[in-house]
Design a protein around this ligand. Structure first.
Ligand code: NAP
Ligand code: F7E
Length: 341
C-alpha cells in the first residue's frame, strides 16, 4: 500500500514542490488549504498536480479543523509548512504571526500527539531564528531572533524538540535557509527582483524599489530543499538539520545579476525606499549543511546561484509574455504598502 503524507500549507511555494516530489515517490498526498475569497491553487496548477492531491480545508487558528484533518487522514508523515512566512509582515502583524506561526504549530503537534502519535512529523524551522552571523551556522549555533516571525518560529522549534523528548514522537525540524523558485511569493526579494526586471525589460514599468540591498542571504532552490524534508523523515532517529548551500550573496548581487541577464543596468532603474528597511535586520546569513550532506546524503550543489536566477528570470519572462497587458496593470505592479516606519 502507498504511504500517505499530509502537507499543511500545500498552496505555498514549498507545499507545491513537496507535493510534486511525494507524488513522484508514490505517496497519497493530502494537502490543506485556507478558505479565502478566491481559490489559490495556482502553484499546484503550475506543476500540474491540482487533481492529483486530496485537498482539505484547514486553518492553523481553528483547532477543530486540525482535529478533523488528522482524524480523517491519519498520515504516515506530516509536513507542517503552513505559516505566516513573510518577515516584513510580521512587524506589521506580530500577534497574528505569533498565533499562526508559533501557536499554530503547538495546536497541530498536540492534536497529533493524541490522534496519531505514530505519524512522523516535520516542522519548517528557519535560519531567521539565528539572527545572523558572518560565520557559517550549524545545528549547534545559538539563536537570537530579530523579528516577530523569527521569535514565533523559535517557539515552534522548541515545542517540536520538547514534544519529541516528552512524548517520544518522531518529530524533527529542518532549519532551512532561504530557498527560492518561480513559485516564490511576489513580495520576497528574489521574486520581486526577477518579476520587476522582466516588467522593466518589457516596458511595463521603469523602476524597482528595494530596501536594504546590502543584506546577505544563503539562497538555494526550493525544489532541492523539499527533498531534504523528506529525507529527514526517513532516518532511524528524528533530529534537526541545517539545510543551506554554504554560500552567501548580497541582495544587490542578486539584483545586478538579474538585470545583467536581461541586458539591463540595475543603477538605471533602482530606487532605495527607506520604508522597505526593517526595524531590525538580519544582516548576514550563511549556513553549514555538513550534517545534512553526511547523514542524509543531501546535495547542496544541485542548483547554483546563477542557475537559480536563470530559472526565475526565464519563468517570469514566460509568465509576463503570456499575460495580457490589462491583467498586469494593477496589483502586481503596485508595491505592497508598508504602514509602520
Ligand atoms: P509560503 O509560500 O508563504 O506558504 C505558506 C503556506 O501557509 C501557504 O499555503 C498559506 O496558505 C499557509 N497558511 C498561512 N496562514 C495559514 C493559516 N492560518 N492556516 C493554515 N495555513 C496557512 O511559504 P514557503 O516559502 O512555502 O515556506 C514554507 C514554510 O517554510 C513556512 O513555514 C516558512 O515559514 C518556512 N520557511 C521558509 C523558508 C523559505 O526560504 N521559503 C525558509 C525557512 C523556513 P495561503 O496560500 O492561503 O496563504
Ligand atoms: O528578504 C532584504 C530584506 O523577504 C531577504 C522567508 O522565506 O527566508 C525568508 O525571509 C532580504 C532581507 O526574505 C527588499 O531586508 C531588501 O534582508 O526575501 P526576503 P527573508 O526575510 O530572508 C527565511 C529563511 C524565512 O524563513 C522566511 O519565511 O532582502 N530586502 N529590499 C528586501 N526584502 C523584501 N522582501 N523586499 C524588498 O524590497
Amino acid at each position: 500500500m502507498s504511504k500517505t503524507a499530509l502537507i499543511t500549507g500545500i498552496t505555498g511555494q514549498d507545499g507545491a514542490y513537496l507535493a510534486d516530489f511525494l507524488l513522484r515517490k508514490g505517496y497519497h498526498v493530502y494537502g490543506t488549504f485556507r478558505r479565502i475569497s478566491s481559490p489559490n491553487f495556482s502553484r499546484l496548477d503550475f506543476l500540474n498536480i491540482t487533481d492529483r492531491v486530496e485537498l482539505i480545508p484547514f486553518d492553523l487558528l481553528d483547532q477543530s479543523s486540525i482535529l478533523y484533518v488528522l482524524e480523517y487522514t491519519k498520515p504516515d508523515e506530516l509536513y507542517n509548512l503552513a505559516a505566516q512566512s513573510f518577515v516584513g509582515a510580521s512587524f506589521e502583524q506580530p500577534i497574528a504571526t505569533g498565533e499562526v506561526t508559533g501557536l499554530g504549530l503547538t495546536r497541530v503537534l498536540d492534536t497529533l500527539r493524541m490522534q496519531s502519535p505514530h505519524t512522523r512529523f516535520y516542522q519548517a524551522s528557519s535560519s531567521e531564528m539565528f539572527g545572523g552571523s558572518n560565520k557559517p551556522l550549524n545545528e549547534n549555533s545559538s539563536f537570537k531572533p530579530r523579528s516577530p516571525y523569527a521569535a514565533a518560529k523559535l517557539y515552534a522549534h522548541w515545542v517540536t524538540t520538547n514534544y519529541r523528548e516528552a512524548y517520544d514522537l518522531y518529530a524533527c525540524s529542518g532549519i532551512l535557509f532561504n530557498h527560492e523558485s518561480p513559485l516564490r511569493g511576489i513580495e520576497f526579494v528574489t521574486r520581486k527582483i526577477t518579476y520587476h526586471a522582466n516588467m522593466i525589460k518589457m516596458g511595463l514599468t521603469e523602476k524597482i524599489s528595494l530596501g536594504n540591498i546590502e543584506a546577505k542571504r544563503d539562497w538555494g532552490f526550493a525544489g532541492d530543499y523539499v527533498e531534504a524534508m523528506w529525507l529527514m523523515l526517513q532516518q532511524d532517529r528524528p533530529e534537526e538539520y541545517v539545510i543551506a548551500t554554504g554560500k552567501t550573496h548580497t541582495v544587490k548581487d542578486f539584483a545586478e545579476k538579474t538585470f545583467e541577464k536581461l541586458g539591463l543596468n540595475l543603477e538605471d532603474h533602482l530606487e532605495i525606499d527607506k520604508k522597505l528597511f526593517r526595524p531590525t535586520e538580519v544582516d548576514v546569513l550563511i549556513g553549514d549543511p555538513s550534517k545534512a550532506i553526511k547523514k542524509l546524503g543531501w546535495n547542496p550543489n544541485k542548483t547554483s546561484f546563477d542557475d537559480l536566477i536563470n530559472i526565475m528570470v526565464q519563468s517570469d519572462r514566460e509568465l509576463l509574455s503570456n499575460s495580457s497587458k490589462d491583467s498586469l496593470s494593477t496589483d502586481r505592479i503596485k508595491e505592497i504598502p508598508h504602514f509602520k516606519e
